[in-house]
Design a protein around this ligand. Structure first.
Ligand code: FEO
Length: 164
């Protein structure tokens, strides 16, 4: 049986994953507006992945006969204007998600909830990749400083996400 405290925290995590999806979808729409289809595609795939993350937690609760509680999703807020600022926001956001997953794992250890620990190990590995992906793009944008040709090249590269 999932403890109430862990159940509440997992339901909150479902909300955080869906908020992440909403945030990246808003960023995807922004990049469509500014004619960077590769950046937009990268963000759309990221938004889809976040939905999958939310659904993994959702499935875990149902498999264990626990109650899924879907809460309202806040409006997404894009904080910066430049490509670099937007990807820095992704990086900061992913670091916050990692902290949240780690806190869930701590709680699962405290509650001696072994199935939740195993489920969360997937997310711990995934967050390493999520943070690396964001950091790599921030580093590239930092290097090119919104120079037109280089931005277009990066846009082309990001448009290949999912084709590797
Ligand atoms: Fe669901 Fe980007 O972590």
């Amino acid at each position: 049986m999932l403890s109430n405290v862990l159940l509440k925290a997992i339901n909150e995590q479902i909300n955080k994953e869906f908020y992440s999806s909403y945030l990246y979808l808003a960023m995807s729409a922004h990049f469509e507006e500014v004619n960077l289809p590769g950046f937009a595609k990268w963000m759309k795939l990221q938004a889809d992945e976040e939905q999958e993350h939310g659904m993994k937690f959702y499935a875990h609760l149902l498999e264990r006969g626990a109650k899924v509680e879907l809460m309202p999703i806040a409006g997404p807020l894009i904080e910066g204007k430049s490509n670099l600022e937007i990807f820095k926001q992704v990086q900061t956001h992913e670091a916050a998600v990692t902290a949240s997953i780690n806190a869930l794992y701590d709680l699962a250890l405290k509650e001696k909830d072994y199935p939740a620990q195993i489920m969360l190990q997937w997310f711990i590995t995934e967050q390493v990749e999520e943070e690396k992906n964001a950091a790599d793009i921030v580093a590239q944008l930092d290097m090119i400083q919104d120079k037109g040709t280089a931005v277009l090249m990066l846009d082309h590269q990001l448009g290949h996400r999912g084709k590797e």
